[in-house]
Design a protein around this ligand. Structure first.
Ligand SMILES: Cc1cc2nc3c(=O)[nH]c(=O)nc-3n(C[C@H](O)[C@H](O)[C@H](O)COP(=O)(O)O)c2cc1C
Length: 446
């Protein structure tokens, strides 16, 4: 509770600004059709799952603007084949998700455009592929896109630039290619926006006694950071690396700016030799309350919420509740009565009911219309979250029929695939594909 009137005023002002910003974002991304590519211009075509590609697209457009030239950014979801042949050149920025898969925003492009026999012999292109070598299919989508562009007759302006886990040298290489294209010698500022300072103000173990590893609730207040993000956004935290410098780790933000703090749910990871994971160990064991962590918050458009009138089905497991909680908080602030159904899976009902009080309060006041939890280690249950989808098939079809959007947050391994398979069984593969392509099935999995 806030009982200081000045703080209350500030909190109210933050909510108003935040609502205006959210409304503007929704309006901007939902209702305005993207204008067609300008003849002779540069088109920046971006397929991003977690927002890094979107950020690089913005920096790429700025490099052209700094050289007095126009470059238009379009998401793959907005690109028509004619855009590719109208622009003088196309710069593709393409990340890979899943197991070598295209980001969700590109799935319609892959299905409708990349499978057709396009003639792109007049198209010149550059390609920046984002990936991570720890995955089996490094830059799987970028490479597939490159192969398709070449087979359709398009001419590469330079060899594809592949970025391994945000590698700064590869990004500088892309910057060099852009300088060649724009004829500009002035190097634009490519340093990613720097970390701000955030103070750890609270850390609490949410699952004492759990058979799983500790799951910690952490809250940070800005020292010189800015309370500005929307549900679905991601925090990048700089963690001291053994070799010096900072290792970069990403976490779903579990709170809203109107809370006055950035909250997280972080699971302590154990390495096979029993030592704690680098980032989770530092955040849950080494960093003390009162100390500072370097952090910045990045927009993650692919996981932004629908408007308040759209019912939501939120599905997740483990620490994935973090990314879903910020959406439920948004619903509470909006006073949305459209309905929200949370399906959540953890290990034991005795120890792993994360944020239970808050969820029960939302059940009571109607923010949460349905709450179904599964507990895989409970003798009477033993189910994973995807079991709810199949058991409640009729209700899931009814919600989707009424326009619900589906949001999934949590583990890639096990949960995301299982949920996807259950949704396919219940809704049908084609209907599920349409939901992806219309932005009504969104995933933030890791
Ligand atoms: C769930 C998940 C799956 C991923 N799968 C792959 C993969 O199969 N191959 C790869 O090279 N990188 C993979 N990555 C790494 C991303 O491509 C990389 O982090 C990239 O910088 C993300 O860019 P974006 O934020 O624009 O989507 C994966 C990342 C996540 C979170």
């Amino acid at each position: 509770m806030i009982d200081d009137p000045v703080r209350l005023l500030w909190a109210a002002a933050t909510v108003v600004i935040w609502l205006a910003f959210t409304g503007w974002t929704v309006w901007r991304f939902r209702s305005k059709p993207a204008p067609a590519a300008q003849p002779g211009s540069t088109l920046i075509a971006v397929a991003s799952q977690t927002g890094f590609g979107d950020e690089l697209a913005g920096m790429t457009a700025r490099a052209f603007a700094d050289a007095g030239q126009v470059a238009q950014i379009k998401s793959f979801a907005e690109i028509e084949p004619v855009d590719l042949t109208t622009a003088a050149r196309v710069l593709f920025i393409a990340s890979t998700t899943g197991e070598g898969d295209a980001p969700d925003s590109a799935s319609g492009f892959v299905r409708k455009v990349m499978t057709g026999g396009a003639n792109l012999s007049d198209v010149s292109y550059g390609l920046l592929s984002l990936g991570d070598r720890t995955y089996a299919e490094f830059c799987g989508f970028g490479r597939a896109l490159d192969g398709w562009l070449k087979s359709a007759g398009a001419s590469p302006l330079f060899d594809a630039v592949e970025v391994d886990n945000g590698d700064a040298a590869a990004i500088r290489h892309w910057q060099g290619e852009l300088s060649r294209l724009t004829g500009s010698v002035a190097a634009p500022d490519w340093a990613p926006p720097s970390y701000a300072h955030w103070r750890l103000v609270e850390r609490r173990l949410l699952n004492p006694g759990s058979p799983g590893e500790g799951a910690w609730h952490l809250a940070f207040e800005p020292v010189d950071g800015v309370l500005q993000w929307v549900a679905g956004d991601i925090a990048e935290i700089g963690v001291p690396a053994p070799e010096g410098g900072l290792a970069h780790r990403e976490y779903s933000v579990a709170s809203l700016p109107s809370d006055g703090r950035a909250e997280f749910l972080i699971r302590l990871m154990q390495r096979p030799d029993g030592t704690p994971g680098l980032a989770s160990g530092w955040l849950t064991q080494t960093l003390n309350v009162g100390e500072i962590a370097p952090m910045r918050i990045r927009a993650n458009r692919a996981f932004h919420g629908p408007d308040a009138a759209t019912p939501m089905i939120l599905i997740g497991n483990g620490t994935g509740i973090a990314g879903l909680r910020s959406h439920l908080k948004t619903r509470a602030v909006q006073g949305s009565t459209a309905g929200a159904w949370l399906m959540f899976g953890e290990r034991t009902s005795a120890h792993d009911r994360f944020h239970d009080e808050e969820l029960q309060a939302w059940r009571t006041n109607g923010v949460l219309t349905r709450l179904d939890r599964t507990f895989s280690r409970d003798a009477g249950d033993g189910r994973y979250v995807q079991a709810v989808i199949e058991a409640e098939a009729e209700a899931v079809r009814d919600w989707v029929g009424r326009g619900a959007a589906i949001y999934v947050c949590g583990s890639l391994e096990g949960m995301a695939g299982g949920v996807n398979a259950a949704l396919e069984t219940v809704l049908g593969a084609e209907a599920l594909r349409d939901l992806v392509e219309n932005g009504r099935y969104r995933r933030d999995v890791y």
